[in-house]
Design a protein around this ligand. Structure first.
Ligand code: AHG
Ligand code: MN
Ligand code: MN
Ligand code: MN
Length: 322
């Protein structure tokens, strides 16, 4: 089994980017340790604060965010960071080559039930001629990502990572503290009979999504002429990991629960990095209107509809919108 740094060197990843990835992974090892300690570590439970999304922050959201922020900004490689838990972008080294966006703790509602949670991150190069405190540094489409990954704090701690040369899985060896390459070039099968969606929102979806899911649920008696299984982990890291491992389609569609907020997932630190990983594994990641990674961002916290996973199934879903 190979450690992560030599594996990345084999993929011709530049040395400064390898160093930045190792820096980010150092933070995930600490989070993994604290998560593993559970109630012994005094980081479970809620704070009294809300983030800019209007969500009550869990202690682990705050602790993980602080860790990521400190470790990336101290590294020297990073010009600025943006995070789900920060109102605006935060300036780092004026000469840093990279910018990092992250969801420090994904699946916050799973913390207290000792279920799947993770961290998602996305790395781009800082555009020339902008100062470190300029939030416009981040207004680049997902196609500009040079690296994306998530770490899943499950029964084992796993990393899915891409630098544009395929999507690879690594597993944290907790005795030595190294991420070891455990699966190269993960591939999502184009066909599937499994879907992931929060069904409780069905009445709020647009008609095309209602029709598509109705046809899946109709099973072998319906137009799809076969039965579909459903899963929902309520942490995007867990749902996307399942799609990468055994296939499937995952969607958080637009809905009309709140007219000012039709979408739930965030473009910069949820949808874009997951899209890069999924595309590098042969899957698709789109909104009902087009490829997610081609969206020109206008705001660090903007939200986006997400339909991702098995190529043929995503295309089938999109055909309902035509
Ligand atoms: P976060 O915990 O970082 O705020 O993200 C939660 C997101 C995502 O991980 C998950 O897919 C979705 O919220 C779950 O939404 P529901 O609560 O509607 O199931
Ligand atoms: Mn949140
Ligand atoms: Mn999240
Ligand atoms: Mn989060």
């Amino acid at each position: 089994m190979q450690r992560i740094a030599p594996a990345l060197r084999e993929d011709k990843v530049p040395l400064d980017l390898i160093s930045l990835i190792k820096t980010i992974l150092a933070a995930t090892k600490e989070i993994s340790f604290r998560v593993g300690q559970g109630q012994l570590s005094d980081v479970l439970g809620s704070t009294l604060d809300e983030n800019i999304q209007g969500e009550v922050q869990k202690q682990l959201d705050v602790v993980a965010n602080q860790l990521f922020k400190d470790i990336t900004l101290e590294s020297g490689f990073v010009k600025a960071i943006s995070s789900e838990e920060e109102d605006t972008s935060v300036a780092g080294n004026e000469n840093g080559k990279y910018i990092v966006s992250f969801d420090p703790l994904d699946g916050s509602s799973n913390i207290e039930i000792n279920s799947l949670i993770g961290t998602i991150f996305s790395i781009m190069e800082a555009p020339e001629g902008m100062s470190a405190d300029n939030p416009d540094l981040f207004k680049q489409p997902g196609t500009a990502q040079v690296c994306a990954g998530y770490v899943l704090y499950g029964p084992s701690t796993m990393l899915a990572l891409t630098t544009g040369a395929g999507t690879h899985f690594y597993t944290l060896d907790k005795t030595h503290g190294s991420y070891m390459l455990t699966e190269r070039n993960v591939q999502i099968s184009p066909e599937t009979s499994e879907f992931a969606i929060n069904m409780s929102n069905q009445r709020f979806w647009q008609a095309p999504m209602q029709n598509y899911i109705n046809d899946l649920v109709a099973g072998s008696d319906g137009p799809r002429e076969r039965n579909f299984n459903m899963r929902w982990i309520a942490a995007m890291v867990g749902d996307v990991h399942r799609v990468l491992v055994r296939g499937g389609i995952f969607t958080y569609p637009a809905d009309n629960r709140n007219p000012n907020k039709p979408n739930k997932l965030r473009l910069m630190y949820e949808a874009n990095p997951m899209s890069f990983l999924v595309e590098q594994a042969g899957g698709l990641s789109v909104t009902s209107e087009g490829r997610i990674m081609e969206i020109q961002p206008t705001d660090i916290h903007q939200r986006v509809e997400v339909i991702l996973g098995a190529k043929n199934e995503v295309e089938k879903c999109l055909s309902y919108y035509k």
